[in-house]
Design a protein around this ligand. Structure first.
Ligand SMILES: *[C@@H]1O[C@H](CO)[C@@H](O)[C@H](O)[C@H]1NC(C)=O
Length: 148
């Protein structure tokens, strides 16, 4: 019982540090920021992408040893192209921001940056999990009953 309580407190302390969006809340914010259909990508597609890239966790960070780069935030933007983490070789920093800016609870900057990336790239083909989990699938479940 005591151990369970400790585990509960531990989990709570972990979760308060990272903002993890509920999918409908996330969908509404995306819609309010003009993401529905942005660069030809549907709202449901964006939600699917974020679900499988970060689990809607703003603090998600993944290191990719092959390129010595990392992916940051709810959209898992790559430090090789989108942002500057001060340690990625041949980084472009197309969004002109530190990668830490992509980990904030307020996802305004992350949205601005992901828009820049897909506009520059003319697609969302760069996201592997989008291919695996979202492309050519029925994505209605991602925004069902969200009122968007
Ligand atoms: C990644 O870092 C290692 C160690 O510094 C280096 O040997 C390797 O060449 C780097 N790879 C790339 C793709 O920059």
């Amino acid at each position: 019982m005591k151990a369970l309580l400790m585990l509960g407190l531990l989990l709570l302390s972990v979760t308060v540090q990272a903002k993890v969006f509920e999918h409908c809340e996330f969908a509404r914010i995306l819609k309010n920021n003009g993401m529905a259909g942005y660069a030809g990508i549907s709202l449901a597609s964006w939600v699917c992408l974020a679900q499988h890239e970060s689990g809607y966790n703003t603090q998600a960070t993944t290191y990719h040893p092959g390129s010595n780069s990392s992916h940051y935030g709810i959209f898992q933007i790559n430090s090789q192209y989108g942002c500057d983490d001060g340690k990625t070789p041949r980084a472009v920093n197309a969004c002109g921001i530190p990668c830490s800016a992509l980990l904030q609870d307020d996802i305004t900057q992350a949205i601005q940056c992901v828009k820049k990336v897909v506009k520059d790239r003319q697609s969302n083909r760069g996201w592997v999990s989008w291919h695996v989990h979202c492309n050519n699938r029925d994505l209605t479940q991602y925004i069902r009953n969200c009122g968007v």
